[in-house]
Design a protein around this ligand. Structure first.
Ligand SMILES: [Ca+2]
Ligand SMILES: [Ca+2]
Length: 84
């Protein structure tokens, strides 16, 4: 690639910004996240299920999110964690 056209750069930036904006506006609800990650359908997220989340972000914060230390993240804990 010798030359990148300014128009192409602007277009790419625009696409990136739009994706970013829609990401911020349409933040998935805790209910949606729980439903998506709860593969065994017990209504809670265990460590294994958390490790499947994007980037393993959830598993890193697992101990902090799991405020009652039962080794599971329930909807209440997830909601609390996402408020911040
Ligand atoms: Ca589960
Ligand atoms: Ca818990």
């Amino acid at each position: 690639m010798k030359k990148v056209y300014p128009v192409l750069i602007v277009a790419m930036l625009f696409v990136g910004l739009t994706a970013y904006a829609s990401n911020v506006i349409q933040r998935p609800s805790p209910e949606k996240i729980l439903k998506k990650l709860d593969t065994n359908k017990d209504g809670k997220i265990d460590k294994e299920e958390a490790s499947k989340s994007r980037g393993g972000k959830l598993v890193k914060r697992f101990g902090k999110i799991d405020t009652n230390k039962d080794g599971l993240i329930n909807l209440k804990e997830l909601k609390k964690a996402m408020k911040r």
